[in-house]
Design a protein. Structure first.
Length: 132
């Protein structure tokens, strides 16, 4: 058991912002009438990027309390236990990378998993700068 703890902690020391529980969160939606994909990337340093045609455009940098909140909400979501691979006219997606690998889920507006929709709304709220 001691070896497993060491293995788990060793990668954590290399990850900036290790308190977040994630290295990156890729999220967005695709489909609809125009079949366009809106994709974003949040990295554990707090930078949020818009992803389009392989290009990353910085949107804003989150502060530490925002990053911690997202990490806590992600932990509560337990994405690894969700069995979501729904597809529809409008499909939403989350891809979480952490030291253990990556998890991905897709869902539609009619999903029966309200937690994933709430977490997605939290991520979308990071796209706007906070009001001063």
């Amino acid at each position: 058991m001691g070896g497993a703890a060491f293995t788990r902690c060793a990668p954590c020391n290399r990850i900036p912002g290790k308190h977040t529980g994630f290295e990156s969160i890729h999220f967005g939606r695709s489909g609809g009438f125009t079949n366009i994909t809106d994709a974003y990337l949040l990295v554990n340093s707090g930078m949020v990027y818009k992803v389009a045609d392989g290009e990353f455009t910085g949107i804003r940098k989150l502060d530490k309390p925002e990053i911690r909140r997202i990490g806590q909400e992600l932990q509560e979501l337990e994405i690894g236990s969700l069995d979501l691979a729904e597809k529809g006219n409008m499909t939403y997606f989350l891809k979480i990378k952490n030291e253990d690998g990556e998890e991905q889920v897709t869902w539609t507006e009619s999903t029966v998993h309200p937690g994933v929709k709430e977490f997605y709304r939290l991520l979308v709220s990071t796209l706007q700068s906070p009001e001063e």
